[in-house]
Design a protein around this ligand. Sequence first.
Ligand code: GRF
Length: 220
Amino acid sequence: MKKKRVGVLISGRGSNLQALIEACKATDYPAKIVLVVSNVPGAQGLLRAEASLIPALVIDHRDFASREAFDDALDAALNEAGVELLCNAGFMRLHSEGFVASWRDRHLNIHPSLLPAFKGLHAHARVLAEGVKITGTTVHFVRPEMDSGPIVAQAAVPVLPGDTADSLAARVLIAEHRLYPHALGLVASGAVRVEGEFVVGMTQINDQPPYFSPPLDEPL
Ligand code: GRF
């Protein structure tokens, strides 16, 4: 099987990166990570890449005069590594419009809410402040507006009595670690594609519970 060459952008802990690394170990998984880039020196995710012998780079945004200049350096590094698909995994910087355009429909992001609800930072605290009872996580194609773009897959997660932002974040993170490998697998295998501004293909299977799309082998 010809695996898609994936680049992963991080800024911190890298637990979603780790989930993707684990998924890529399966011989029948349609993607392999060829480069990890962090905009933050010393990010924990860099150690995860190193431990798995995946090439990793720091491109520190503070070394660049503009967002565009940083994105140009990032784009050059990704192209040099032959990256075909890009995954933001806790990458805490907005991209320039030019960068987003050049990676259009080849660029995924994970966000810890059921988009389009609760875009942006501190999603869990805002979920709690609104008294929402079900939240979750979304993997979507990247568009210029933050946390927007065609949705590949979502997982729902209950908000439980007594939750704090931290306890909710931990529960959602478990779902993220399952959702991202699923979503990347769908995109990398060609099972789904963007048509108009929607993701079409094998994302829905009717006999599976609607709270996880695509379906999983086991319940959450
Ligand atoms: C995750 O909650 C992700 O959804 C959000 O940032 C967090 C990154 O966590 N965009 P990690 O670095 O993958 O552990």
